[in-house]
Design a protein around this ligand. Structure first.
Ligand code: ZN
Length: 385
């Protein structure tokens, strides 16, 4: 049975070619805007100039750049200072999940009286005010543009932690597929795999007869399988880029998770791998997924079987073989996108697995998975090479 839920998806989506022009009307003219972005790729994609043009009527637009993947707490403190000093009252994040997540954290921290780290420690629960923000997506993957969640890292504590707060739903998200034409094949692959795993985290659990959520999840997965390789081969294929972009957003706007059990163990484990060893997010997911699904095969059996039939079109009558084949096809798909799928591919050993589980303990990630039975000991048992 579907559990009780509240579904809210307040972010306006503005989709299509040239949609950056909408910034002009969407951000009130009396707002003091700060544009947040990562690196020069915003300029090479053409997005930077288009944003500046759309905001040209304003006397001043502040900028904060240099936000890296796994946005760094200490670096963002500088941004918070600038926002406060200049009385910024609107943040525009242009980039992918890292820039958007950074903007969410800054939006909360700039109006928070205490030490900003408290916001992270409380997973975002210690405050309820934020500066309004909006996004221009240039790297579709996280879906952060349509939700209230963020992940912030702090290198000095080897921490990469999630936070959520309803005050940071972006007011609108601009999705122009043309802005993704200049992504490298590695960036494109990362977005495909991250989106794929976001769906699996909300879908591959146990059945509650949530037919719409299930079929919506399956439609995103099959879209990624069809159009992912196409976008890799033809980077300026507008239709493939459109479908990937919508897939990333729709995977994370809250509908897939409405009233259904969720997992997220793969993400929490991979966050530790990223913060300990510097392996990028999607690459870290790719080494956790196979040992994890194999470990959970029995508990996830019914959904894995449904996944094998509906997503991979496996009609093998032996159900056990069908499930095994679905896991293999998933890994073959990831490999075809250029991913390494084993910890040993990165020369990580049992000592490193120990570090991962220690970090899970220190971050209170000790009961993961939809049954809350994935303890650090269990993680060690399936991750060991
Ligand atoms: Zn992710």
């Amino acid at each position: 049975m579907i559990k009780n839920f509240t579904f809210q998806s307040p972010t306006k989506i503005i989709f299509g070619k040239g949609s950056i022009g909408a910034l002009k009307r969407e951000i009130p003219l009396d707002k003091k805007v700060m544009l947040l972005y990562g690196c020069s790729s915003l300029k090479s994609s053409g997005a930077y100039d288009a944003i500046k043009k759309a905001l040209a009527e304003r006397p001043e637009v502040f900028e904060f750049s240099g936000i890296t993947s796994n946005p760094e707490y200490e670096y963002l403190l500088k941004c918070i200072e600038l926002v406060k000093a200049n009385k910024i009252d609107y943040l525009l994040a242009a980039g992918g999940g890292s820039v958007i997540d950074a903007a969410k954290f800054v939006a909360l921290a700039a109006l928070y009286e205490g030490e900003p780290w408290k916001i992270i420690e409380s997973f975002g629960a210690c405050t309820n005010k934020a500066i309004p923000l909006a996004t221009v997506v240039t790297l579709p993957a996280s879906g952060s543009e349509v939700n209230r969640d963020a992940v912030i890292s702090r290198a000095s504590k080897k921490a990469k932690l999630p936070l959520g707060n309803p005050a940071v739903y972006p007011q609108f998200a601009i999705l122009d597929p043309e802005l993704t034409f200049s992504l490298s094949s590695e960036q494109t692959a990362n977005g495909i795999l991250d989106t794929f795993v976001h769906v699996l985290e909300q879908y591959l659990t146990y059945p509650v007869n949530a037919k719409l959520q299930d079929r919506f999840a399956e439609s995103i997965l099959t879209t990624l399988i069809e159009d992912g390789p196409l976008a890799m081969k033809e980077p300026d294929n507008y239709e493939a880029r459109s479908n990937l972009m919508l897939s990333s957003s729709m995977a994370m706007n809250g509908f897939l998770r409405a009233g259904v059990p969720m997992d997220w163990a793969t993400h929490m484990i991979s966050h530790e791998i990223t913060s300990l060893f510097g392996i990028p997010h999607a690459r870290a997911l790719a080494v956790v997924i196979e040992p994890y699904l194999s470990h959970c095969k029995e508990k996830k059996f019914q959904k894995l079987l449904q996944y094998s039939r509906r997503v991979w079109n496996i009609y093998e009558t032996d159900e056990n073989k069908a499930v095994d084949a679905s896991i293999k096809m998933t890994m073959d798909f990831f490999k075809s996108l250029g991913f390494k799928t084993k910890l040993s591919d990165y020369n990580l050993t049992d000592k490193d697995v120990e570090k991962i589980t220690k970090q899970l303990v220190s971050h209170r990630m000790v009961k993961l998975g939809e049954h809350r039975d994935i303890t650090p000991e269990v993680v060690a048992s399936f991750l060991l090479p």
